[in-house]
Write a protein that binds this ligand. Structure first.
Ligand code: ADP
Ligand code: ZN
Ligand code: ZN
Length: 764
């Protein structure tokens, strides 16, 4: 008889909590959901252990056991412990992040196969006196002989009509039919890679697939997945953003039929259904964004991370995980292969290859035989710019348009202009809640803060001096669109950014127009860089992309180079060669020159050497501790105390004593054993079991842990909060985690918010 169970409760406290099983009640299984009372609320938690040896003496009873068996697979349970330990995040919140929302609400975990109706071919029925039923059959005919129940009802037909037709034998329930395509005959390069995978993909291995844009990486994934499916396995494909690239899903469907998807555009029931279908083995392929990495599978045989360098794999709030790194951990844990594909691999992955933790395969050529576009620098010093565009650039655009090509104008800033100022007195529109300028959006007549989301109408006259001399300075996509429309009135122009593509349908319409290939101009942000295949683009221009090379963030050069190569990769993908012009006022910038001359690989080598020289990731491991409060002093004081705790010296202000909120804690430190176990084999493959940081030898080795700060965050004030941060750098994962473990029990003052970000995306 189980009397006490340990529960991961979704609250921001490090430990799990013990509850008693009511007399005569049924105990939950490990992995089952329960309802518990916590600080006067009823919450859904996950059972982690039965009758733990160190059970807390005084426990409250469980309110309800929701599942008779575990809802999670064993590997997902283990993953939860590992995530809590690696990202130093409360275990209850980790499990909450891993479960679909419907499951967290306590919904029963069931799913129904989608309702699909198929016309029965050749059925002869007399519908002379049933015009509506006849109309329904005609409707289906127009849709290729099938439709979902939802689509049928949305078209005005009723369930009764469906039932009548089923009775007459003209309609039957079934599965959506797919017209399947054969695999493409592989190019020699693809063949070499697929063969290598065929031989070597047994058990765990992380494989970096470095293939230039358009080299046919997707075809490689498809064929390797084919092998996995043939062996009865399931495949998980992680992509940065599904909404941006619906054609990827369509391509998988054309090859393998039904494909499940998980992304933010789904409702709770749809998400739950995909999740359960994977867990129960009904789904064969899941294509999903970041959080799909937490999906349980019955028999997962392969994980693919496409565009592995993409920043959107890193969650930026709450549980700050990297889906790519979690995928590595999962593959290792399940002993299955992992493919990480990119034309511009992250420096972490390149370092992992260098240290032989990853294997690497290269696709150096485009699959279609098209040439890779060459990056060229357009020196515009001394040229007059009109709306950010130089004459030489406009001339090149005109030439390509007249020759029937499409031109892509890349500009990574939405809105009309990033600066709105008074030419008379110098007043600038700034956000009242952030240390940021407001961006002018002309179309919706607003000044918007891109950091906190605040918006206000632009003032008619200067609020400072009252004169009507307000000017927009700088260029965003909206302004580029207006300027190019005026300059090229005879060509179609499409703008693609978050403002013009708020709905999926609208985005798809825009993309379809481009794919039809009529000559015209595309203006857009990095949304255009992501994996699209537009065959007719012959010219790509970047207007101010190189500005990224000047940013203070240590990752900015890497990100800028990736972005430039990815946008450039949209050019010349079919039979016409592509050209790329980077308009710049800094043609001598060494990073830009290196990228242009040595390509991404040469650039990345150099950048990686830089990181080693500076001791920045991936040479050392980084974590940030961020703190924010309404006044600047509170976070600063708090982080100073944390720093003292981290480096083991008492601060003048007195280090915060680790203490627990006894009233809340059913049992202190409950997850410790699991945490230790979870630590082994950290993500990115960096940590080795038992590799304890060596003490520094005098003058030779760097300190195992360096703590820098507190210093103001990159945006020191955001949404009325003052932000400060500590930066931790360590040569070994264990040194980093050991230090951060010491913060697990810290209680911050009420008015302060703080978080730990392991392997952060931005540091400065
Ligand atoms: P990547 O994912 O590397 O950017 P894709 O897989 O999207 O490249 O392929 C780019 C283009 O090349 C697509 O239009 C695709 O249909 C085509 N392609 C890929 N493999 C082959 C092949 N073996 N033979 C012919 N065309 C191919
Ligand atoms: Zn003024
Ligand atoms: Zn703001």
């Amino acid at each position: 008889m189980v009397s006490v169970v340990r529960i991961a409760v979704p609250v921001p406290l490090a430990q799990a909590f013990d509850y008693s099983v009511p007399e005569g009640g049924v105990a939950p299984a490990v992995g089952a959901r329960v309802r518990v009372r916590f600080a006067n609320r009823i919450l859904v938690g996950v059972c982690l252990a039965l009758d733990p040896e160190d059970a807390f003496a005084e426990t409250k009873p469980l309110v309800e056991v929701l599942d008779s068996t575990s809802v999670l697979t064993e590997d997902i349970l283990r993953l939860g412990h590992w995530l809590a330990a690696y990202y130093h995040h409360p275990i209850g919140e980790v499990f909450a992040a891993m479960l679909p929302n419907a499951a967290l609400q306590g919904a029963p975990l069931t799913w129904c196969p989608p309702e699909v109706w198929l016309r029965v071919r050749g059925a002869v029925v007399d519908l002379a006196r049933a015009p509506q039923q006849r109309a329904l059959l005609e409707f289906l005919e127009g849709k290729g002989g099938w439709a979902s129940g939802a689509a049928i009802r949305a078209a005005g037909f009723t369930s009764a009509m469906i039932a009548a037709l089923v009775k007459k034998g003209a309609l039957k329930a079934g599965e959506r039919p797919y017209e399947l395509e054969q695999p493409l005959p592989l190019t020699a390069d693809q063949h070499r890679v697929v063969e290598d995978y065929r031989r070597s993909l047994r058990g765990f291995s992380a494989n970096l697939l470095e293939g230039v844009t358009g080299s046919g990486k997707t075809e490689v994934y498809l064929q390797v997945i084919g092998e996995v499916l043939a062996g009865g396995g399931q495949a998980l494909v992680l992509v940065p953003e599904i909404v941006l690239t619906p054609q990827t899903v369509a391509r998988f469907q054309r090859r393998y039929g039904a494909v499940d998807v998980l992304h933010s555009g789904l409702n709770d029931q749809e998400r739950l259904t995909a999740w359960l279908r994977c867990r129960d083995g009904a789904a064969r392929i899941l294509i999903g964004t970041r959080s799909a990495v937490f999906t349980p599978f019955k028999k997962l045989g392969l994980i693919v991370v496409d565009e592995e360098h993409d920043a959107s794999f890193k969650q930026q709030d709450r549980l700050r995980y990297s889906a790519r790194d979690v995928a590595v951990k999962r593959a290792k844990d399940l002993n299955i292969p992992l493919l990480l594909g990119s034309a511009t691999p992250s420096l972490e992955s390149l370092e992992n290859f260098r240290c032989r933790r990853y294997r690497r395969q290269v696709l150096p050529r485009r699959a279609t035989g098209a040439a890779l576009p060459r990056l060229q620098v357009l020196d515009i010093r001394g040229h007059r710019l009109q709306d950010g565009l130089s004459q030489p650039l406009l001339l090149r655009m005109a030439r390509h348009l007249d020759a029937g090509g499409q031109v892509l104008v890349f500009l990574n800033r939405r809105g009309y202009a990033p600066i709105y100022l008074c030419a008379a007195c110098g007043w600038q529109a700034v956000c009242s809640a952030c240390d940021a300028r407001l961006t002018l959006h002309l179309g919706r007549r607003s000044l918007a803060c891109h950091h906190c989301g605040a918006e206000q109408p632009p003032p008619p006259v200067c609020p400072a001096c009252g004169r009507a001399d307000l000017t927009a300075v700088g260029i965003g996509t909206e302004r580029a669109e207006a300027a190019l429309k005026a300059r090229f009135p005879d060509f179609s122009l499409i703008r693609i950014d978050r403002d013009t593509t708020r709905t999926q349908r609208r985005l798809e319409m825009q993309l379809a127009k481009i794919r039809r290939g009529e000559p015209g101009i595309l203006v857009g942000t990095q949304m255009l860089a992501k994996g699209h295949h537009f065959p007719n683009i012959t010219l790509v221009t970047a207007i101010n992309a190189d500005a990224g090379f000047l940013s203070a963030d240590f990752k900015a050069p890497e990100r800028t180079a990736q972005l430039l190569i990815q946008v450039a990769g949209r050019a010349g993908r079919a039979n016409r060669p592509g050209h790329v012009w980077i308009q710049t006022l800094q043609p001598d910038n060494p990073a830009l020159q290196r990228l242009v001359e040595a390509g991404y690989a040469g650039f990345a080598d150099h950048e990686l050497a830089n990181r080693h020289r500076l001791g920045m990731p991936p040479a050392r491991h980084m974590a940030l501790v961020r703190a924010a409060a309404a006044d600047p002093e509170t976070p600063r004081r708090f982080l100073k105390q944390l720093k003292a705790l981290l480096i083991g010296k008492p601060s003048a202000d007195g280090a915060p004593r680790p203490h627990r909120d006894a009233a809340l804690a059913s049992r202190p430190g409950a997850v410790a054993p699991a945490v230790q176990q979870g630590r082994l084999g950290a993500g990115g493959g960096a940590a080795k079991a038992g590799s304890v940081a060596k003490p520094p030898r005098a003058g030779k080795q760097p300190d195992p842990l360096e703590v820098l700060g507190p210093a103001p965050a990159p945006m020191p004030r955001l949404a009325n909060l003052h932000r400060q941060q500590l930066m931790l750098l360590a040569a070994s994962r264990n040194a980093l985690h050991g230090a951060l473990d010491g913060l697990a029990e810290v209680r911050a003052p009420r008015e302060l918010r703080w978080n730990i970000d392991v392997d952060p995306l931005d540091a400065f």
